[in-house]
Design a protein around this ligand. Sequence first.
Ligand code: ZN
Ligand code: ZN
Length: 273
Amino acid sequence: MPHFICTACGMQYAESASPPAQCLICEEERQYIPPRGQTWTTLAALAQGHMIAFREHEPRVIGLGAQPSFAIGQRAVLVRSENGNVLWDCIAPLDAAAVSLIKGLGGIDAIAISHPHFYTTMVEWAHAFECPVHLNAADRQWIMRPDPAIRLWEGETLKLWDGVTLVRCGGHFEGGTVLHWAGGAGGRGLVCAGDIVTVCTDRKWMTFMRSYPNFIPLSAAAVKHIGQALAPFAFEVLYGHYFDRVIAHDAKNVLAKSVERYVAAIEGRRGYG
Ligand SMILES: [Zn+2]
Ligand SMILES: [Zn+2]
């Protein structure tokens, strides 16, 4: 039986003879059902119209995204440290070319995902590369295709290897996670943030929302917590969830300024009233 994929958010569901009655992710207040209505696809059908595009952001950091764009349109990141490769976040298409190319780069030792909007076909990727998927346990209710490859982690951080750490920030989702790699950006450190910390369109600022499509803000306390969760980590570069959303320099200070600007706005201070 097929594993249907929601074309609006990319979530793949457990096998079923016919498509699910609704997508629980899209029905929830943080997402939406498009005006055309709910439609479904499968991995095989998706491969007929989509490929995977690759971009090297820096040595050992390669972005990959669906071409043309599919569902939410995020790109994932392959972080290749000395002793292992992590796939950060996930995209729905997965084809033979991508498997061959990524295996040529050493394969994938673990998948880690920021939040449920990017779970997509994570189980297909885990099976193709025979690796675990690390998800924060606080978001377990949003796993739509359970599988033994999925490992739930609890608490505030999970250390992988080579200075690669998953950091729970919360906010957009309770288990909202970012990845820190101390060896990235030439040893100055990098953060892969998904949209737990979102790089703004101007690439000068970051912002934080409960829902981006439906414009639901977070509280000042939730955003301050994101800043505090990342305070112990040094980083120069922050990768957002689209190919072109990158803070290329001084990202730790940009985060501090952005938390301050957000909190001032939500509290109606500094001309934001
Ligand atoms: Zn959906
Ligand atoms: Zn999201």
